[in-house]
Design a protein around this ligand. Structure first.
Ligand code: NI
Length: 176
């Protein structure tokens, strides 16, 4: 059994802007281990701390070249456009084609406190952008155009995924 249950749309923790990690200590390293275990069990290629109910700017990932974690990430710039069918463990079972920048430059810290920097493209870039959204309280459905978003919310209600959101972050998304 995974270390954590993954929070699902409707949970307010997914709608908060997460706080900077102040100190990288043993508890944070344990959190990363537990998040990776949870991510692999799901399975997923990325997982952000708010998805396990932890209000910290931290995510883990593995897109096929091993587990990794980034603390206090920041996207410096994006370039180009890329369409990719994107899903989210917090919006289970659904996915949509979403356009985002193709390449990004992201910087953050590793668990030793050293700077990490990536010039990421395509899948890696997309994963970083998606996890970064989680740290800002933004869910996949905000990346959809209005019509698609409405039908996505209806699908979520019909499938009884999550709970209706009454106080969305980032504006404009209220369920009846
Ligand atoms: Ni996600």
């Amino acid at each position: 059994m995974a270390a954590y249950d993954i929070r699902v749309i409707g949970d307010p923790v997914l709608r908060q802007k997460a706080n900077d990690v102040a100190e990288i200590d043993g508890a944070l390293v344990k959190l990363v281990e537990d998040m990776l275990e949870t991510m692999y069990a799901a399975p997923g290629i990325g997982l952000a701390a708010p998805q396990v109910g932890v209000d910290k700017r931290l995510f883990v990932w593995d897109i096929g070249y091993g587990p990794n974690a980034m603390v206090n990430p920041e996207i410096i710039e994006g370039d180009g456009e890329w369409v990719f069918e994107e899903g989210c463990l917090s919006v289970p079972g659904l996915s949509w084609e979403i356009v985002r920048p193709k390449k990004i430059h992201i910087v953050g810290r590793d668990l030793d406190g050293n700077e990490m920097t990536y010039e990421a493209d395509e899948l890696e870039s997309r994963m970083f952008q998606h996890e970064m959204d989680h740290l800002n309280g933004v869910l996949l459905i905000e990346r959809l155009d209005e019509d698609t978003r409405k039908s996505a919310l209806k699908t979520l209600r019909d499938l009884q995924i999550g709970t209706p959101e009454t106080k969305p972050a980032g504006g404009g998304l209220t369920l009846p």
